[in-house]
Design a protein around this ligand. Sequence first.
Ligand code: FDA
Length: 395
Amino acid sequence: MTYDVVVVGAGAAGLMCAIHAGYAGRRVLVVDHANKAGKKILMSGGGRCNFTNLATTPKHFSSANPHFCISALQRYRPDNFVELVERHGVDYVEKAPGQLFCATSAKDILGVLLTECEWAGVEIRLGTAIERVERVGESMRVATTSGCVDCGSVVVATGGLSIPTMGATGWGYDIARQFGVAVSATRPGLVPFTLSDQWKARAAELSGLSLPVAVACGGKSFSEPMLFTHRGLSGPAMLQISSVWQPGDSLTINLLPETAVFDALCQARRDTPKRQFSTWLGERFPKRFAQSLLAWYEGREEGERLLAHFSNAMLEKWAERLNHWQLRPAGTEGWRTAEVTLGGVDTDAISSRTFAVKALPQLHFIGEVLDVTGELGGFNFQWAWASGAACGQAV
Ligand code: FDA
């Protein structure tokens, strides 16, 4: 069988690429080893798919080459995807500033993509593994478990390594290496932290509790909620900072980001000297957390102490704990729960306009398999749409 384009991976980027190539008149085949297209789309955003972020700019992405993503993001913008979604009558909501989610179900987004594939004449073969990809003269040959296919271009859209149970594989990286394209070290991103020893037990006791915090590490900081879990820390603040964190790093967590705690405590000592410290804490934190803080540090009696009896040094100690809480995670939950893969196919080898390998224009890489990773909030899908559209128009 002969096609113009074979796209490997029926995920967000692969389907978008296929749609654009199909509308450009190309004969397109999409192959996926999974039994269902777009599994990650379906599980994303808690089943409601945070399909874009209206504030998308290149600064929301990390890559060894921060300029690589600019061209595609400029050519296919969040508005373009919103227009597509609206054309199909999908209801959506802005859950947080700029973050658009389906009002009902992520199935709606997959439905849009599969309908567009049908209209664009794209053929999709699921449950089909790839055995080999080789160059044959100016063409490419793809050996699949359902036969050999010759084509003008192969597009690798196999995503990253997160959630292997959803079909993630390192196949895209193997193909890159096979054709001489470098792959930078990969690690899980947007992933919850694990804690060890006493901190693990303490987090477990508070499991389910969420606090608005500002967390800093490696020169970056995020102001978002933090969630205690049975294994450690999660929530948007922790997922975001996990993409910057390196093993061994400590996190600096500001538990009262709106308050300069030392000044506030001095003021409280002046204005209300007969109040107990636990009352001051209880006005600012959920009771469970305020009690835990006292138990972890000075003990319950400290809470019963009147503010008038706190020295400056004691207030400074609490200010340090509350504004600069230091915690060293034991690790992360890893690929099992990570939302994305940091690192991947080296973009230096790839054209940022066509997504072709510069030394082999018949081979393309798009989406998460590339060393381009977005922050939390719909940026990763916007990258999948933008890189898929740019490549689909070029193949
Ligand atoms: P994607 O992973 O979507 O697709 C890759 C496809 O390739 C899969 O269908 C897979 O089966 C197939 N494949 C892999 N290996 C293969 C092989 N050897 N042969 C054939 N096929 C193969 N992002 C965001 O912007 N908003 C959100 O709300 C979320 N939420 C979210 C939740 C969870 C739990 C996860 C894990 C991830 C998210 N993300 C997200 C991230 C987002 O899902 C991700 O960045 C995109 O799906 C990446 O799109 P790709 O098309 O590159 O890969």
